[in-house]
Design a protein around this ligand. Structure first.
Ligand code: ZN
Length: 116
């Protein structure tokens, strides 16, 4: 699953006004050692590079067993087109996507869990 996430947390975490995240089965995506791990309550875990603090991956309790990676750090990003917009209600007002993709209010957890 690859999705735009327009939520404020992803914007701040990635530094992108229009973040795109790729979801992977956690079992298929072992995180490399040495990352900095931070917990935000019990629902969110984010990993950043220990050297530069750049975003590497996130795990969210509402989509169990999945790891989400900012698309900009994936070498194969050209082949990983987004298929939906999550948190569409928080999209920046100057963006006018005409991509025809589904736009969900909130996290889109039902679609994200169905994509496992
Ligand atoms: Zn988000």
């Amino acid at each position: 699953m690859v999705s735009y996430c327009h939520c404020g947390d992803c914007k701040r975490w990635t530094g992108a006004a229009v973040p795109v995240l790729a979801g992977f089965a956690e079992a298929d995506f072992p995180l490399p050692p040495g990352l900095r791990e931070r917990h935000f309550g019990e629902a969110v875990t984010r990993w950043t590079c220990a050297a530069c603090d750049g975003p590497i991956a996130g795990r969210f309790a509402y989509v169990p067993d999945q790891i989400y990676v900012p698309l900009g750090i994936i070498d194969q990003m050209d082949a990983l087109a987004p298929t939906m917009h999550c948190h569409a209600e928080q999209q920046v007002p100057w963006l006018h996507p005409e991509d025809g993709l589904p736009r969900v209010q909130g996290s889109g957890r039902d679609a994200l869990n169905a994509a496992k």
